[in-house]
Design a protein around this ligand. Structure first.
Ligand code: CU
Length: 466
């Protein structure tokens, strides 16, 4: 039997001549190399330090990471107590060369409530450093590892309960460049998506705290890129020019992400963020996956101006939970790539649907449904293809109790909604069209106005009835 199976395995050896992938980097001996000490340059996301050329002998890169627990805004009007490296989410990107040693010092200030450590996915052994870097409040420790795999990696805290530390912000990326570095690009950005599991605290609903219930239900309250809702939208978009070749480093410490540029494609993706010469590459893909606990590296040359969105195409996370990233691209439009050949106009030969019917003001049977008698109230539903930001104009409306209002709702270049859930108002307005709605306000109060697809991008307002 043994002889037979041996014969079979020889016959099935059809890969003869395939030498397999290039050999992995062989670790060097620290004392033989006697590497030069180099301080890592740490830059706040979405920035990255200047990349080394990685042509010389391996170096010993000194990195100090201080843990910090701090309260900050996670969404407009809501704060959360983040756990972090270096007081930022994500922690700074650490950029080294294949073969470099990384000598990491982890400091945990005495005012911390928790012990912390760091697990570098670029490291080999001892839980990526997690086993040798546990520091109680008031302690620090230093360890050294050799970076023997090239690619973009995640680092994170791994102190139980690990999901609490990771999903509260204790993550960052370590980028191990290949020998000779990466080809030049015009701009590079460092992004990390994070899912946050929070609930309002008992004393103050604007202060959110960690929610074990949401964790066990895997139901994040926020999914954001670079630490908070709106970190990279509105006032803070990424900015590039037409013709720029842009490289994105996109990490995810806890969950998967399926990233997509609305209006573009990735020209090149280093599969799973690996720079190994025999790792797979993707070319011209619409969406690529960032596996949970990994970083990916994707490049795109922007060819047409306008506002782009880099989204997790599990779109609820982008539009409802805060993840979307805006990219403003400036430059000249090429009509060969995109042009309007017939702007929106009424559909020919089709009778328009009636506008929304008035809603009864109360249960008084003797009163017929009220008819709008007040003036028209115009609300413009604006978007990037028009004004550059997602807004209601006006966003804050005030009416009197009993007032009947005829809303004239006009959407710019995209589909929007005029939604007031508490009042049962939900009017869809397609791009470039106008809808009318008559409504009588009969109960005093302040009601939230939202555009359902663009709420997370700040398209919100209020209707006050007094
Ligand atoms: Cu921690």
């Amino acid at each position: 039997m043994l002889v037979f199976s041996f014969a079979c395995s020889q016959e099935s050896d059809i890969t003869a001549g395939d030498t397999g992938p290039a050999a992995p980097y062989e670790p060097r001996v620290f004392d033989d190399v006697n590497p030069e000490n180099v301080e890592a340059v740490l830059v706040a996301a979405p920035g990255l330090p200047e990349f080394p050329d990685c042509t010389g002998e391996p170096r010993n890169v000194l990195v100090t990471l201080q843990t910090q627990e701090y309260e900050a805004e996670i969404a407009p009007g809501i704060t959360y107590t983040f756990l972090s490296f270096e007081g930022a989410v994500p922690g700074p990107a650490i950029v080294v060369c294949l073969g470099d040693w990384v000598e990491a010092t982890l400091k945990n200030p005495s005012d911390s409530l928790h012990a912390h450590n760091v697990d570098f996915h670029a490291a080999t052994g001892d839980l990526g450093g997690g086993g040798v870097s546990i520091v109680a409040p008031g302690e620090q420790t230093t360890f050294r590892f050799q970076a023997i795999k090239e690619g973009a990696f995640v680092y994170h805290c791994a102190i139980p309960p690990i999901p609490m530390h990771v999903t509260s912000g204790m993550y960052g990326s370590i980028i191990v460049l290949p020998k000779g570095g990466l080809p030049d690009v015009d701009k590079q950005f460092y992004l990390m998506e994070g899912d946050f599991y929070t609930e309002p605290s008992k004393d103050d609903p604007s202060k959110h705290v960690y929610s074990p219930t949401r964790i066990s239900n895997e139901n994040p309250s926020f999914v954001v890129t670079n630490g908070k809702v709106g970190a990279l939208t509105g006032e803070n978009p990424l900015k590039v020019n037409v013709g720029d070749k842009v490289r994105f480093f996109y990490g995810q410490a806890n969950d998967e992400s399926w990233i997509h540029i609305i209006g573009g494609h990735f020209d090149l993706v280093y599969g799973r963020g690996s720079f190994h010469p025999d790792s797979f590459r993707e070319y011209g893909v619409e969406t690529t996956v960032v596996a949970a606990g990994s970083a990916t590296v994707a490049e795109y040359t922007f060819r047409y101006p306008g506002v782009y969105l880099l989204v997790n195409h599990k779109l609820i996370r982008a539009t409802e939970k805060g993840q979307a990233v805006q990219i403003i691209v400036e430059g000249k439009a090429d009509p060969n790539l995109m042009t309007v050949t017939a702007p929106p106009s009424p559909v020919e030969g089709v009778v328009a649907r009636p506008t929304a019917t008035p809603v009864a003001s109360d249960s008084d049977e003797t009163t017929s449904a009220p008819v709008a008698t007040g003036d028209d109230t115009f609300v413009s539903l604006q978007d990037p293809s028009g004004s550059g930001e997602y807004i209601f104009d006006e966003a804050d409306l005030t009416f009197g109790v009993g007032e009947s209002v005829n809303f004239v709702l006009e959407a710019e270049g995209e589909f929007h909604t005029f939604t007031v859930e508490e009042l049962g108002i939900n009017v869809a307005v397609t791009a470039g069209s106008t809808q009318e709605l008559s409504f009588t306000f009969d109960t005093a109060g302040t009601y939230e106005l939202i555009c359902v697809p663009h709420k997370a991008l700040g398209m919100v307002g209020t209707i006050t009835v007094q």
